[in-house]
Design a binder for this molecule. Structure first.
Ligand code: DP6
Length: 324
């Protein structure tokens, strides 16, 4: 029978970015990517079967929200289960949705795990990663905890385009400080930013060419816990992604003045001896990754910059789980 189900998934931050799709319909990325899953920045989702509904309803953080993407996503589970039921979907984020923390990643990962339980499908984490990817590319990575690598895959149907765990959170307990520089919804969605970059940026082919090398460097530096090497490759990946987007027509600009101020501050902190590096996604917030003993000074230094509204802090966390 169709059951009520709950799940939690952490958001994740890419250290080697995903930017561009080789297939928009199946949501297949043009390259691999590599990320860390976070603990305290997560989405909780509850699926409540409701026989009186003709379509899924969606409530996010206590308010009605647009159910379009979620309905299409749950349709895939209905097809797999050969069942018809619809749900009240009740989700909440532990972080501000507008803060550019890839809420679609934790949202679709939590939804995949909850839907798997609700329909009694018993799918493997790898299959759930494949399904989560169809909701949002970055969501494939939030199925797993710690350090996670997403494969580009070769199969035209996307069956090998899944994430896999690279190392658990305990392997290297890095921490994250998010400097929130704007609470406004982002101007250009990541899907649109990617599309425009692929179609018009003369730097996009150079980006694609760089990613495999960056993946190898990041993988190696994580496995050997080489902080300086990981800092190098992660900052290079983020800046090259933004460089490709900036060179699109019209250029896609995600940085605010405070974003740049944070990047400079992180580099100053590193020059002064702290182990910290930055990354930036499709929005103006800066994510600083550091060793646990350096989190306090990093958070304090970023919080006092003009234009930084607040800082959020997180550790590496586990993969998506069912909740009782
Ligand atoms: C810059 O996963 O949000 O955060 O697949 O279109 O839903 P869709 O895109 P999304 O893109 C994330 C882009 C990024 C980099 C990353 O997380 O790898």
């Amino acid at each position: 029978d169709i059951q009520e189900a709950r799940a939690r998934a952490g958001s994740n931050i890419a250290l080697v970015k995903y930017w561009g799709k080789r297939d928009e319909a199946l949501n297949l990325p043009a390259t691999g990517s590599l990320s860390i899953t976070l603990d305290t920045l997560h989405t909780d989702t509850r699926l409540v079967p409701d026989p009186s509904l003709a379509a899924d309803q969606f409530e996010l953080n206590g308010r009605p929200a647009d159910p379009a993407r979620l309905r299409a996503f749950l349709d895939r589970f209905r097809a797999l289960a050969g069942r018809e039921g619809h749900f009240q979907v009740i989700s909440s984020n532990s972080f501000p949705t507008s803060a550019g923390l890839a809420s679609s990643a934790s949202a679709f990962a939590a939804l995949a795990v909850a839907a798997n339980r609700a329909f009694g499908l018993d799918l493997s984490p790898t299959r759930l990663s494949e399904l989560a990817r169809q909701g949002s590319g970055s969501a494939a990575r939030s199925i797993f905890g710690g350090f996670v690598e997403m494969a580009r895959g070769e199969a035209p149907d996307g069956s090998d385009c899944v994430a896999r765990p690279l190392a658990p959170a305990e392997h290297w307990p890095l921490e994250v400080v998010v400097a929130v520089t704007s609470e406004e919804a982002k101007s250009v969605s990541s899907s649109e930013g990617m599309r425009r970059t692929m179609r018009t940026s003369p730097y996009y082919p150079a980006w694609v060419e760089q990613v495999d090398r960056d993946l190898a460097l990041a993988r190696e530096s994580i496995l050997s816990r080489d902080f300086a090497a990981l800092a190098d490759v992660a900052e290079a990946s983020a800046l090259a992604m933004h460089a490709s987007a900036l060179a699109a027509r019209p250029g896609v600009i995600y940085f605010k003045p405070a974003t740049l101020a944070c990047l400079e501050r992180v580099r100053e902190l590193r020059a002064s001896g702290l182990d910290v590096f930055f990354t930036v996604d499709a929005g103006p917030q800066v994510k600083a990754i550091c060793r646990p003993e350096h989190r306090r000074p990093v958070a304090d230094a970023l919080a006092e910059l003009p234009g930084v509204h607040r800082v959020l802090e997180a550790r590496l966390g586990p993969g998506a789980v069912e909740l009782p």
